[in-house]
Design a binder for this molecule. Structure first.
Ligand code: G1P
Length: 291
């Protein structure tokens, strides 16, 4: 029987140290790409993929995330009174996107541990995971692309991207059998390998669809790279009992948790907005680029 995926988990408990000082008192997930917080792009991708329920893993200092996906009666009242109907719709949209629940990761014990915190809210069913730092522009939402593979094989699927050799140690990396059409069967995974130890140039990007078996695998996974419980190590454990697939997704990925990646994402998203595209191009054209 085909089981459909109804829930997606967004780990958002990280401290955002790569983006200091901006993230000292603001969650990195709330930094805007043009005018929308990074995390809203993630929730929209989940909803556009056909998943109605979102579980956000938060931590201390992350309450702005809950406010963002809640109603704001005062703001809505002011906008309604001033007849600002367009702005009212924009302000209301985050609270209407999905059914969002929250749970806290009380200690920074790693991405695998953060996903495990969702177990009571997800239960015994397949689910998606979206890392909000990875913002993806795609004609078909990346999570949807993974769901199509999951629906076909009833197995876990992870998003893959080729990265240059000198960048590979910033990622989880797979060894995989090429099945054609961008589809791979994973044979091994390693989190943040040294360049010379990387089993391929195929990096894991922050989109996953898991069978519920990942939870017991994570429960049996001890601390790995940088002393944290790594999601990649949990998937490696899952591989012992179940097939795991990888998909080289169609789309462009930005690492919005990195300062340069964030700037690139802002330019790319602004260029897609009719009101900004021409003035921004003009601004870039007239910059003094130096020698
Ligand atoms: C995480 C994962 C890693 C993956 C990366 C993608 O690492 O642990 O396997 O390749 O996201 O963005 P992080 O970027 O949180 O260090």
């Amino acid at each position: 029987m085909q089981v459909s995926v109804r829930k997606a988990v967004i780990p958002a408990a990280g401290l955002g140290t790569r983006f200091l000082p901006a993230t000292k008192s603001i969650p990195k997930e709330m930094l805007p790409l043009v005018d929308k917080p990074i995390i809203q792009y993630g929730v929209e991708e989940i909803v556009d993929s056909g998943i109605p329920e979102v579980v956000i893993i938060t931590g201390r200092g992350k309450s702005p995330l809950e406010d963002h996906f809640d109603r704001s009666f005062e703001l809505e009242h002011v906008l309604r009174t001033r007849q600002k109907h367009e702005l009212l719709a924009i302000a209301q949209r985050p609270s209407q996107l999905a059914q969002v629940s929250y749970t806290r990761q009380q200690e920074a014990r790693g991405l695998g541990h953060a996903v495990l915190c969702a177990k009571p809210l997800v239960g015994d069913e397949p689910f998606a995971v979206l890392l909000p730092d990875d913002v993806i522009q795609a004609a078909i939402p990346c999570i949807r692309q993974l769901l199509d593979i999951h629906d076909q094989y009833q197995a876990s699927v992870i998003a893959l991207m080729e990265v240059p050799k000198d960048r590979i140690s910033a990622y989880g990396v797979v060894a995989a059998e090429d099945l054609g059409n961008g589809l791979y069967r994973i044979t091994d995974l390693v989190e943040k390998p040294k360049m010379e130890d990387a089993p391929s140039n195929l990096a894991i990007i922050g989109r996953y669809v898991f069978t519920p078996g990942i939870f017991s695998s994570l429960e049996q996974t001890g601390p790995g790279a940088i002393g944290e419980i790594q999601l990649t190590d949990g998937i490696r454990h899952l591989l012992r009992t179940q097939p795991v697939y990888g998909l080289k997704f169609a789309g462009t990925r930005y690492d919005a948790g990195d300062k340069l990646g964030f700037l690139q994402a802002n330019v790319a998203f602004a260029l897609q907005r009719p009101e900004f595209a021409e003035p921004l191009k003009e601004f870039l054209r007239t910059q003094d680029w130096g020698a």
